[in-house]
Write a protein that binds this ligand. Structure first.
Ligand code: CMP
Length: 140
């Protein structure tokens, strides 16, 4: 199986509770390698661009507010089938529906404050990675 990449964000609800290391432990034990990582405070422009696909959703304003409310950790993860593998490791968007042992079951507070983001396709992973990383920032 070929190693591929996905994009991850450790969200404000997790960084505020000092859970970066705990989330990274679940990622690494799940078989993915963190090949790029940076802690940033997202600007409104960055959050609006990143979540542009959700612009018409009723929760868009709340989502942008939340993502800019405290630092986040943006990451590039690498491994076999990284996109679907990370979605398994994260668990369902709504933590009430997430499987035991997943990041969202362990740490998420609600459907909005759900601790992590992960890309939903290889195509979107490439777009999302390019928004925050250059190739020089990614060391496999
Ligand atoms: P994420 O994977 O980052 O992609 C879009 C985000 O929108 C999602 O995770 C949730 O955090 C958020 N989201 C989805 N549905 C809702 C909702 N009903 N209310 C608030 N936020 C939501």
């Amino acid at each position: 199986m070929a190693a591929t990449r996905t994009f991850s964000i450790i969200k404000p609800d997790a960084t505020e509770r000092n859970l970066t290391g705990a989330v990274n432990k679940v990622i690494e034990e799940g078989g993915l390698r963190i090949v790029g990582q940076r802690r940033i405070h997202m600007t409104r422009e960055q959050a609006e661009q990143f979540y542009g696909v959700h612009k018409e959703r009723p929760f868009f304003g709340e989502l942008v507010e939340f993502m800019t409310s405290a630092p986040v950790v943006v990451q590039v993860l690498e491994g076999d089938n990284a996109v679907p593998r990370y979605r398994e490791i994260m668990g369902a968007t709504n933590p009430a529906e997430a499987d035991d042992g997943t990041i969202r079951k362990l740490f998420a507070k609600s459907i909005g404050e759900n601790s992590v983001h992960g890309s939903d396709s290889d195509e979107n992973a490439a777009i999302e990675i390019a928004q925050f990383f250059t190739e020089a920032d990614i060391v496999g």
